[in-house]
Design a protein around this ligand. Structure first.
Ligand code: 5RP
Length: 293
């Protein structure tokens, strides 16, 4: 592998244990001011030193992340639709390679919508992005966005992950599912798992644990960290699984310990599922497909 490419991938997937803890804060690119991510600067500041890399858009990077950081940036370069538009799968590449380099991106990220109306467009865009990125030794992370009609099942996700890898993606982000091992086994590049909608902290830690056990190199988690009542405690607990080989009980114990004194009003609240809130505004609009849930 070419030196620059290998070096950048190693900044995201740590070579000592082949694990990665990415913090995702790119949600605003189609959701707008997502609940608890209304002020990205405030959200990112206390969490930045606890993640291996940060996944975000150029707007948030320029306005909300100190340029003095040594944390690698995984730059989302796709977009074009919003939660109130007609079709979330209608994405294009919106960031030039020159701007990504100016921003010192360690990797580029974009979504593909396999099985959607814009499948062809997004897959061809992935191939084109890999072509451009290859000129500069930049790795590409493909996000397998899930359409409303498509279940998060191993058959569909392994298809989407494999398609992404065949186009040359260096890392593929997908969802945890039953028979997740099959998704990993049929994908020739590392798989990283998204957290999805906010669920109780223990469940999110279980998801992290299961994903790693199933062969994922790590998680690219957003809502289950910064929508937690205790984001720093949560990212540290997730980290203890990804990098410290903690089991779920140990990680949850750590979460609770670190939450003491920070919790307003109580633990139980943070353990209630917080379904759908993150997709506000507009829960009812029939966007097809509905991605990243
Ligand atoms: C949005 C994304 C998000 O980065 C991804 O879904 C991870 O965040 P979360 O853990 O909140 O699901 O790619 O398209």
């Amino acid at each position: 592998m070419e030196w620059g490419l290998e070096n950048r991938i190693a900044s995201i997937i740590k070579p000592n244990n082949n694990r990665a803890l990415m913090l995702a804060v790119d949600h605003g690119y189609f959701l707008g001011p997502t609940e608890k991510l209304e002020n990205p600067k405030k959200v990112i500041a206390p969490l930045l030193k606890h993640c291996d890399s940060l996944m975000l858009t150029r707007g948030v990077q320029r306005t909300s992340v100190p340029a003095t950081t040594s944390t690698p940036m995984v730059l989302r370069v796709s977009g074009g639709s919003s939660i109130i538009g007609d079709d979330l799968s209608q994405e294009d590449i919106t960031v030039s390679i020159e701007d990504a380099i100016r921003l010192n991106a360690s990797a580029l990220a974009m979504s593909i919508f396999v099985g959607s109306k814009y499948e062809y467009q997004t897959i061809v865009n992935l191939g084109k992005l890999v072509n451009e990125a290859a000129k500069y030794g930049l790795p590409v992370l493909a996000v397998t966005a899930v359409g409303k009609e498509m279940g998060k099942d191993a058959r569909y996700l392994s298809l989407a992950c494999r398609v992404a890898a065949e186009q040359g993606a260096h890392i593929v982000k997908t969802y945890y599912c039953d028979n997740f091992e099959k998704v990993v086994q049929s994908c020739p590049v590392p798989i990283i798992v998204a957290g999805g909608k906010k669920i109780p902290e223990r469940d999110a830690l279980q998801l992290t644990y299961n994903a790693i056990k199933g062969g994922a190199v790590g998680v690219d988690m957003g809502r289950n960290i910064w929508q937690s009542d205790n984001p720093v405690a949560m990212i540290k607990a997730v980290r203890s699984i990804v990098h410290g080989n903690s089991n779920v009980d140990q990680a949850f114990k750590l979460y609770k310990k670190l939450s003491i004194g920070n919790n307003k009003p109580n633990q139980n609240k943070s353990n209630k599922p917080n379904q759908n809130k993150s997709n506000k505004p507009n829960q009812n609009k029939s966007n097809k497909p509905k991605s990243t849930s």
